[in-house]
Design a protein around this ligand. Structure first.
Ligand code: G5P
Ligand code: MG
Length: 226
C-alpha cells in the first residue's frame, strides 16, 4: 500500500486555502479537511461545540484551542487509511503541538498574500452553505447571480466576512501564525508561496506536490462518520 501523505495549508483568511485545497484534493486525491467547515457543520447541527464556537466566530476571533483539538484530532485519528490535507488547522502553537503529538505531517504550505488583496477578496466572497462551495463575484462568479451553480439555491455571505469582523480576523491571524510558521520551518517541512493570484501560485504548489506524491485522476473519497 502507498505511504499515506499528510499535508497542512496555512494562510490568513481569504488567502485561498479552501480554493487551493480543493484543487489539491482533485489533482492528488487527498481528503480536504477544513476546520472552518467542521465548525460550520457543528453550528448548523446545533451541537454543544457549535453553539460555543459561533460566539467566537461571530466576533472574528479564534475558537479556543481545547474546543478545536477536541473536535479535530479524533477525526484525524480515525483516518488511518486516508491521505489528507488540513485547511485551517493548526492555527496556534498549542494546536500545532497537539497535532504533532497525534500524527506526522509531511508538508506544510504557507500562503503569503498582501493585506489589500485579502480584504478585496473576502468582501466579494459568497458561499453555498449546504455544500461549502465558494464563489467570488470577480474571480469565480456563479453562473446566475446570487445562486449556487449546482442546486440553484441562494448564496449567502458569512457574518465574519463582513467588514468589522474581517479586520479583527486579519490582525489576529498575524499574531498567532508566526510561532506556528516558525515551528514548521524548524522542522524543515515549510514551503512558503507568495502571490496575489491563486492561478499563478498553483503551478508552484502542484509541482511541489508532484515531487512528493503520485498525481491521480479525481478519485471519490468519503469521510468516515464522526
Ligand atoms: P475558516 O473557514 O477556516 P479562514 O478565516 O481561515 O476561515 P477563509 O475565510 O476560509 O479563511 P481561505 O479558505 O483561505 O479563507 O480562502 P478561500 O475561501 O479559498 O478564498 C477566499 C475568496 O477569495 C473566495 O471568494 C475565493 O473564490 C477567492 N479567491 C481565491 N483565489 C483568488 C484569486 O486568485 N483571485 C481572486 N480575485 N479571488 C480569489 O475559519 C472561519 C473561522 O472559524 C474559526 C475562526 O473563528 C475563523 O475565523 N476557526 C478556528 N478557530 C480556532 N482554531 C482553528 N483551527 C480554527 N479554524 C477555524
Ligand atoms: Mg476556507
Amino acid at each position: 500500500m502507498a505511504k499515506l501523505f499528510r499535508a497542512v495549508i496555512l494562510g490568513p483568511p481569504g488567502s485561498g486555502k479552501g480554493t487551493i485545497s480543493e484543487r489539491i484534493a482533485q489533482s492528488f486525491g487527498l481528503l480536504h479537511l477544513s476546520s472552518g467547515d467542521f465548525l460550520r457543520e457543528n453550528i448548523a447541527a446545533n451541537t454543544e461545540a457549535g453553539v460555543l464556537a459561533k460566539t467566537y466566530i461571530d466576533r472574528g476571533v479564534l475558537v479556543p484551542d481545547h474546543v478545536m483539538t477536541r473536535l479535530l484530532l479524533p477525526r484525524l485519528e480515525q483516518m488511518t487509511s486516508h491521505s489528507w490535507l488540513l485547511d485551517g488547522f493548526p492555527r496556534t502553537l498549542a494546536q500545532a503541538q497537539a497535532l504533532n503529538s497525534s500524527c506526522d505531517v509531511d508538508v506544510v504550505i504557507s500562503l503569503n498574500i498582501p493585506y489589500e488583496t485579502l480584504k478585496e477578496r473576502l468582501t466579494h466572497r459568497w458561499v453555498h452553505p449546504a455544500s461549502g462551495r465558494v464563489y467570488n463575484m470577480g474571480f469565480n462568479p456563479p453562473r446566475v447571480q446570487g445562486r449556487d451553480d449546482n442546486t440553484g439555491e441562494p448564496l449567502i455571505q458569512y457574518d465574519d466576512d463582513k467588514a468589522d469582523a474581517l479586520v479583527a480576523r486579519l490582525r489576529y491571524y498575524k499574531d498567532v501564525a508566526k510561532p506556528v510558521i516558525d515551528l514548521y520551518k524548524a522542522k524543515g517541512i515549510l514551503h512558503s508561496v507568495s502571490g496575489t493570484e491563486t492561478d499563478r501560485m498553483w503551478p508552484y504548489i502542484s509541482s511541489l506536490l508532484n515531487t512528493r506524491i503520485q498525481p491521480q485522476n479525481t478519485i471519490p473519497v468519503s469521510v468516515p462518520a464522526p
